[in-house]
Design a protein around this ligand. Sequence first.
Ligand code: ADP
Ligand code: MG
Length: 596
Amino acid sequence: MDIIHLLPDSVANQIAAGEVIQRPASCLKELVENSLDAGAKTIHVIVRDAGRTLLQVTDDGKGMSATDARMAFERHATSKIAKAEDLFALHTMGFRGEALASIAAVAQVEVLTRRAEDEVGTLVEISGSEVVRHEPAQTAVGTCMKVKNLFFNVPARRRFLKTDATELRNLINCFYRIVLVYPDVHFVLVSDDELLYDLPKSSLKQRIEAVFGRTMRNGIASRLVDVNADTAAVRIFGYIGKPEDAQKQAQQYFFVNGRYMKHPYFHKAVMSAYAGMLAPDHNPYYFLYFDIEPDAIDINIHPTKTEIKFADEQMIWQIVLAAVRESLGKFNVTPSIDFDREGEIEMPQAGSGRGDAKMPQVSINSSYNPFKRAETNYVPGNWQQLYPSAEEQRQETAESEQRLFAPDLSQATPYQYKERYILLPVETGLLTVDQHLAHTAVLYKHFRKQQADKQGVKQQVLFPEVLDLNAADATLLVQIQEELEYVGFEICQLAPNSFSVDAVPAELGGGNPLRTLIGILHELQETGGSTRETWEQRIALSLAEDAAIKRGKVLQESEMRDLLERLFALENYQYTPGGKRICSIISDEEMERKMK
Ligand code: ADP
Ligand code: MG
């Protein structure tokens, strides 16, 4: 007897469903993508019990004919491609014609749909791949898909689901990945009768604000810095957060040609652009969109995968780094001390809706352009020419900034307040400077210079102290010994885990150099920097923090002037390399308001 037979469709579909529909969130993704493919301008999502009992997506898209409404649930039924070549010119999210067949295999589905040209619409009900009803019905133009009791016939899958809270979080994350790409579509999300999101059509910046703004004290839109890089290879645009807004957990998104993408490698490019600006363990938020020729990428066509391969990843890595760095550079250079009204720094941006109401009082240094060297004719392959070295950039910005923005110290007398702040009248108000943070920034720059020149100022220790370390710290110390010598340490290994410290950075003065040294080791162990460059930055920052004058130290006028002068000579005197705010202005208006 022959034993091979074809599986019934319902079984084949159930097996396929295992791949495509793993949880309510993957089902939601497929439904909403279908609505977008149908040209919807408004999409309402209703979920119940985190999608277990109901996932409903209603759109005002083009709808389906009576036959199509039934056909849509067949395996490999799609209106989006007809021949193999179409695969290379996709303009839709879906194309495999697999989603609805899969969903219908593992749930009870009800679709109500009508095209604009039809008087009456259609109702189709399917349960576990069996058509239960197919009849004319009254309904608005568009499509309403109801997916009930997901996995009702696959108990194993059902048990595999996480708690409602987790599944709802998955649903919401899936929702974010879509609404952040389609700001021109109105989305509503309701969960268990509670309205979670109502996101009207808006600009991209407003969409980000509407989604994430409420979790931030003063909203997010005014704190976003825009990114824009247009090369022949790729266009990158979007927004990034300022270093001081970095958080332990931050929203970070890459999208490629409208699809959400995970890309650990490009993530590193973004993080490198922020190097030295972030507090330990803090992450900046970013929303970066790539437009690229479809033939330069390989979208893993598996529907649940979010990895995308690029033909030339290294080149794009460099472009990402340069683009983010340029934006951060602009942000550092742009806001002048005299017009920084407490966090209102905003890049002027054409037609950015809400932002227009209060055009920020920021002067743009329009001459600043890190791409200056090669603005014109980009040719793939020689992109390196586009980007001057970081050092060149720094020098350029430092010069232009000093000229433009440094307050005139000869016009006013600084005053020390509570042994902590330096106050200085400037044109638009009262400048307040945190003395410890100001000195930290100044010293950081100083140590970075010593590292570049490889000569720190040493102070020999009369009676060298012996440092006994655990094995991990000892290994690290040997690794970074050279970097430590650049800034003035002299360390001699006595035994595998034992060292003598013969000289210390002169700047540490009366401090406790050994504690600083151990602090550096622990800092590096925790943050796990791996390149010499990050080691050097961390070392410089730790030293600067420990060597900087403390709060509570009384300063003479000459010392204050000296500190301010050195501070304003920095390219970024508003924030420490760790991202803390150094100075701020209390404006005349604010004071007047207080006096009323
Ligand atoms: P795919 O999206 O890969 O084509 P699906 O199984 O997701 O496959 O959908 C099958 C077909 O059903 C689509 O090609 C489309 O023609 C139709 N369809 C699905 N959802 C909608 C909708 N919301 N509005 C209009 N047509 C739809
Ligand atoms: Mg689809």
